[in-house]
Design a protein around this ligand. Structure first.
Ligand code: ZN
Length: 138
């Protein structure tokens, strides 16, 4: 069995953004040479997410509006966590959107349904953050 590990680095220039990372993850599979196996992709930070959904701009706007209703960024003083930081909303948004995805690899490609794409969800950006890609198989 082969094993592959890579960190993808991001520095998003806004506080919140959804980034389609499907191509970068496929590049990892290509580099690994693994044709049959499992891929784990997770954010290594507790204020950003990795999740699978549709690459459709209306839906991305809907995610932003929905997450702001559930955990509004402001006022900052509504959260106890914000006594030393201002990112309580980002921790909550990350929890809702998830930490990781696991994808089957078949024939050297992600075994996706028709509209599935992998996204990095940044909720407290403007700094360096990492996503881990781990692949096992043969
Ligand atoms: Zn925090």
């Amino acid at each position: 069995m082969k094993s592959y590990r890579k960190e993808l680095w991001f520095n998003i220039d806004t506080r919140r953004k959804l980034v389609n990372i499907t191509h970068q993850v496929q590049q990892c599979i290509n580099e690994s040479g693994i044709r049959e196996g499992l891929l784990l992709c997770n954010s290594m930070h507790i204020s950003s997410s990795v999740f699978i959904n549709d690459d459709e701009s209306g839906l991305h706007h809907d995610f932003e509006v929905w997450l702001e209703k559930l955990a509004p960024e402001k006022p900052y003083d509504q959260y106890r966590h914000n006594s030393f930081e201002d990112n309580a909303d980002a921790h909550l948004k990350r929890t809702i959107m998830g930490r990781e995805v696991v994808v089957a690899i078949t024939g050297g490609k992600m075994d996706f349904g028709p509209w599935e794409q992998i996204f990095y969800g940044e909720f407290d950006g403007k700094r360096n953050k990492r996503v881990l890609v781990k692949i096992i198989g043969e």
